[in-house]
Design a protein around this ligand. Structure first.
Ligand SMILES: NC(=O)c1ccc[n+]([C@@H]2O[C@H](COP(=O)([O-])OP(=O)(O)OC[C@H]3O[C@@H](n4cnc5c(N)ncnc54)[C@H](O)[C@@H]3O)[C@@H](O)[C@H]2O)c1
Length: 246
């Protein structure tokens, strides 16, 4: 029997990369998985999960879709706030709407989704995992909006953990290093140089000398959601191939 048999899981940004790998691992472990993503891909559909076309910047859509999940399963045990976007740009060239798009997706979307799901997690003594980044812990030029959003996620997680511990709801964050996903690959497409230089420069910033694979983040996310992490709350788990160890 899987660790998540009969558990109801909600994941944002489950259509690609880390989220998609996490959806697959939860299903393998017996969970009923629902995904909120604004892009519904064939890869997502073929997992057999329930999917809802939701932009997590839209509180009305979140509300309606959480109601649909509750209507089907009558509970939610786990929320994984994983949806996020990158934006590579010098500060002086950044438009106000660029800043808002990154912060609204990576941070406000997390707030809106959590606010809507929290009453149900209180009923199940559930768990939340928020996807931050190794760049929540260290800076990176050309990545000010992204790193600001990811650093904020860590203190959002800590403060929320204090607020909801009495309700027996745990909330933790995960800080992946560079992971081989479409988000990462977009930084280098058509010969572009990423915020940390070329792809090889970025790989060399990881003492392990390689990128992580999405499954290597999915497994620690499942750990944080499982009873094996029953005394963890307000923490962040760094899974970065040593990026922040130099
Ligand atoms: N790939 C990396 O190197 C890396 C490193 C550290 C942290 N992260 C974080 O991990 C998370 C997943 O990243 P990934 O690399 O798998 O990216 P990805 O682009 O492969 O997947 C992100 C998913 O989120 C969805 N999404 C984006 N904006 C959305 C919105 N407004 N509403 C609903 N869905 C939305 C996308 O459609 C996509 O399916 C992100 O929060 C990212 O910041 C990634």
């Amino acid at each position: 029997m899987g660790r998540f048999e009969n558990k109801v899981i909600l994941i944002t940004g489950g259509g690609s990369g880390i989220g998609l790998a996490t959806v697959k691992q939860f299903i393998k472990e017996g969970a009923n998985v629902s995904v909120f993503d604004y892009r519904i891909t064939d890869d997502l559909i073929s997992t057999g999960c329930d999917y809802y076309q939701v932009d997590i910047r839209n509180s009305k859509l979140i509300k309606e879709s959480v109601a649909a999940v509750i209507n089907k399963w009558a509970k939610i045990d786990v929320l994984v706030n994983n949806a996020g976007i990158e934006f590579v740009c010098p500060l002086e060239d950044m438009e106000e709407e660029d800043w808002d798009r990154v912060l609204d997706t990576n941070l406000k979307g997390m707030f809106l989704t959590t606010k809507e799901v929290l009453p149900y997690l209180k009923q199940t003594h559930g768990v939340i995992v928020n996807t931050a980044s190794q760049l929540a812990l260290v800076g990176s030029g050309l990545f000010t909006a992204y790193t600001a959003s990811k650093a904020a996620i860590l203190n959002f997680t800590k403060s929320l953990s204090i607020e909801i511990a009495k309700d027996q709801v745990r909330v933790n964050a995960i800080c992946p290093g560079a992971i081989n996903t479409p988000l990462l690959n977009r930084q280098f497409e058509n010969g572009k140089i990423g915020p940390q230089g070329s792809l090889n420069d970025l790989i060399n910033m990881h003492p392990m000398g390689r990128l992580g694979e999405p499954e290597e983040i999915a497994s620690p996310i499942l750990f944080l959601c499982s009873n094996e992490a029953s005394f963890m709350t307000g923490a962040y788990l760094v899974v970065d191939g040593g990026y922040t160890s130099w």
